[in-house]
Design a protein around this ligand. Sequence first.
Ligand code: PPS
Ligand code: MG
Ligand code: MG
Ligand code: MG
Length: 358
Amino acid sequence: MASSGPYAHELNVALLAVQRATLLTKSVFHSHAKGTLSKNDASPVTIGDFGAQALIIAALQHAFPNDQIVAEEEAKDLRENEQLRNTVWDLVQAAKLSDATSELTLGGPLASPDAMLDTIDKGASQGGRAGRIWALDPIDGTKGFLRGGQYAVCLALMVDGHVRVGVLGLPNLPESDAEPLVEGIGAEQTDADGKGVLISAVEGQGAQSRALTRGPLASPHSIQMKPLARVSDATFCESVEAAHSDQSDSARIAAALGISKPSVRMDSQAKYGSIARGAGDLYLRLPVRKDYVEKIWDHAAGDLIVREAGGEVTDVEGKRLDFGLGRTLKANKGVVAAPRGVHGEVLGVVKKVLSEKK
Ligand SMILES: Nc1ncnc2c1ncn2[C@@H]1O[C@H](COP(=O)(O)OS(=O)(=O)O)[C@@H](OP(=O)(O)O)[C@H]1O
Ligand SMILES: [Mg+2]
Ligand SMILES: [Mg+2]
Ligand SMILES: [Mg+2]
């Protein structure tokens, strides 16, 4: 159900578009052939990433034809590989929501394989601080997706450099907020149809979660971060991939905060979604390489969702993430996300531990 108020239409379109694309990714997740390619930076991309990007951009272009889009993938590999292109085209054609009203909102099916390629390449905006720009990560945590772990379909609307709407499709998270945080997929194992959640936020309106469905959107409930009396009681999450976040620094920071529970390693923006609904408390992303610059699509939706659920999100120096500088977060290093009441204390320890390394 669409609510009223600022950005109600944007939220409704974003939720439906992410839901439809998440269903496409689920069909790939449960098949053996994921059509994996290696990109220039040696990171993987799959037919699921291409298909989800095509579907979401098509919906955005139908509903908001004047908006810009910053998306992770490009169609080059599909233009050069007919078989791969046909596989993605089959997936895109098969991904439909069950009700006609939702499909109408998203503009219905794509016209042709060529239109699909052009649509994927509409995500090449350079971003910036002016106007309405969507940030799209069609599959975040592609390595998790391939490993059978967590992944997320991530979409956010920025207006004049600030994130106003954020949606995460999280097909492998349990529907219940109360489910304990676990590495990989929990006991409530995903299936080809049900399970999974859509977590969303609109600036100034709080954060919500709802079950992922095939039809009209399920009704939402609001989510909040867990009240945390003492930081030493916290559960923190971090990347599975040690190349993405320094796991020995995070262990030192946890020890300095008096945290004895081991970290929960989880792929993708499922980390932001989990702490926003009180399954886990802190998310630390600690730079491994000095030259790596974070991408806006890896953080835009999660940043807003955590802040709207009662958290604070900064980089490791205490600066807010700046989404208005282009396709990357070039002014920021790493991420520290925590409940508002303890963020200052956590940040102080992060700064101290990282400065002792120098
Ligand atoms: N070196 C380095 N440092 C930091 N981050 C990097 C690095 N390399 C890649 N990436 C980005 O990490 C995204 C995956 O997110 P996570 O690290 O949270 O999950 S995971 O542990 O990798 O599964 C991943 O997003 P996807 O490509 O969408 O999967 C990358 O954009
Ligand atoms: Mg990638
Ligand atoms: Mg990503
Ligand atoms: Mg991705």
